[in-house]
Design a protein around this ligand. Structure first.
Ligand SMILES: Cc1cc2nc3c(=O)[nH]c(=O)nc-3n(C[C@H](O)[C@H](O)[C@H](O)COP(=O)(O)OP(=O)(O)OC[C@H]3O[C@@H](n4cnc5c(N)ncnc54)[C@H](O)[C@@H]3O)c2cc1C
Length: 415
């Protein structure tokens, strides 16, 4: 294998997990990880939660400890961006014009915050949120409390940042295009639940509303003007209106694209020996038979593992039940399932929404296609088993907290 050279573009969770898996699987050839950021690969979920709130340290966000790369003979090139890809000659071009040959290449470039053409977006105090540096900066802006914070965007990141900002004692107003926050992701019933949680903690909503302009004085943001003409005073404005997959290299190389880099279930792109994983990859999911691009932590983790095995010629497919989580105020949420199958279905609830401890299930006929647990421990395994096993359930028993979820599973399908 000495002549082999695997190159990974993207020093995030998917890229670093792929490197780790390659070594764990016994690959001992040359391995280069190109990371456009100056910091070794880190996980992003804590950046809008415990790290932002000062409850987690820098080491806790590393994908692997800093020494791991050297100890495992992985050439980690920090602050180095791949700028071109030629699948024909099997080479990647770097920003300094060097060409790096590969036998297998993994594209794991992640996603970038979506930018919107908003007058005043360049003012000081206005920011998007994606990186470790963004989290440090926002913490310094929020930590003393007493600021007026306007969040543009009512998706997961907007809601998490609103919760953190409020927890620090800031005055928070959240604008979103939906009537109910998160309703595109989890439907109006559960979106309404999250809205109530935020309102009880003092977050204000303007829904549906969009920002028309950010006003400022002497280069600093002072207010957000909404499309209805309302002026919301603001010291800090965060634009959290989703992300776009980073497809620049793939596009440059003529790879097939569709809502990201199109890949099969083994994460192979349309170019030979080029794979893609993580936020940037739109993968065929064997369960639904459809392509699905996920912007969640577990997808990057599992995708990194599958891509590594595929690069080694193993028969690997990304077929785990999609999973994600969020923490907002005292709410700890976990979700497993297929949003595309759940969309449109009305959830059934096990437990008490009022008491903030329950599971919402979405069903197609009598089969669970998604399950979201709020402040419940150790229920995600049986939920995933119900989904992946396509188990027919009795709704009365499913929603009865007295019936352990494991009892709904056939004996040969226990988690
Ligand atoms: C603030 C925040 C909170 C989140 N919270 C949650 C959560 O609670 N639960 C959950 O499930 N998910 C969460 N996510 C989503 C999760 O973090 C992402 O799905 C995950 O980071 C995707 O990993 P990735 O490796 O595909 O991409 P990324 O983490 O984006 O990493 C890609 C890396 O590649 C680099 N790169 C890009 N192009 C190049 C190039 N040409 N050359 C070299 N390097 C390049 C980028 O700079 C970046 O560092 C959160 C995301 C954010 C931003």
């Amino acid at each position: 294998m000495a002549h082999e050279a695997i190159v990974i573009v993207g020093g995030g969770l998917a890229g670093a997990t792929a490197a780790k898996t390659l070594r764990a699987e016994g690959y001992d050839g040359a391995l280069t990880l190109l990371a456009a950021e100056a910091r070794p690969p880190y996980i992003r979920p804590p950046l809008s939660k415990e790290f932002l709130l000062g409850k987690a340290d820098e080491e806790s966000v590393e994908v692997v400890p800093g020494d791991w790369y050297r100890e495992n003979d992985v050439e980690l090139l920090l602050d180095v961006r791949a700028t071109g890809l030629d699948p024909g000659s099997h080479s990647v071009r770097l920003a300094d014009d060097r060409a790096l040959p590969y036998s297998k290449l993994l594209l794991a470039p992640g996603a970038q915050p979506r930018r919107i053409p908003l007058p005043g977006a360049e003012l000081e105090g206005v920011m998007t949120f994606r990186t470790f540096q963004d989290s440090l900066k926002l913490r310094s802006l929020l930590a003393d409390g007493g600021r007026k914070v306007v969040m543009v965007g009512s998706g997961w990141i907007g809601m998490e940042l609103a919760a953190a900002a409020r927890t620090y004692g800031n005055d928070v107003t959240l604008l979103g295009l939906e009537d109910i926050p998160l309703s595109a992701a989890i439907g109006p019933e559960l979106g309404g639940y999250f809205r109530r949680v935020h309102e009880e903690q003092g977050v204000s909503f303007r829904l549906p509303a969009s920002a028309a302009a950010i006003e400022g004085r002497q280069g600093r943001a002072t207010a957000v003007r909404t499309d209805s003409g309302e002026t919301l005073p603001a010291d800090v404005v965060i634009i959290a209106v989703g992300v776009v997959p980073d497809t620049a290299l793939a596009e440059d190389a003529g790879l097939e694209l569709s809502n990201g880099i199109l890949v099969d279930a083994g994460l192979h792109t349309s170019a030979p020996d080029v794979l893609a994983a993580g936020d940037a990859a739109n993968a065929l999911h064997p369960y639904t038979g459809e392509h699905h691009r996920s912007e969640h932590w577990a997808n990057a983790l599992n995708g990194g593992k599958v891509a590594a095995k595929s690069m080694l010629g193993k028969d690997a497919v990304l077929d785990v039940v999609p999973y994600f989580y969020t923490d907002q105020f005292t709410v700890s949420m976990e979700y497993s399932g297929y949003p595309s199958l759940a969309s449109g279905a009305s959830p059934v609830v096990r437990g008490s929404m009022e008491e903030g401890s329950f599971i919402a299930f979405w069903l197609q006929q009598d089969r669970v296609v998604a399950g979201m647990s709020i402040n419940q421990r150790r229920v995600q395994k049986p939920i995933k088993a119900l989904i992946s096993g396509r188990v027919a359930v009795d709704v009365g028993r499913l929603t009865d907290p007295g019936v352990p979820l494991e009892e709904l599973l056939p004996d040969d399908n226990q988690p």
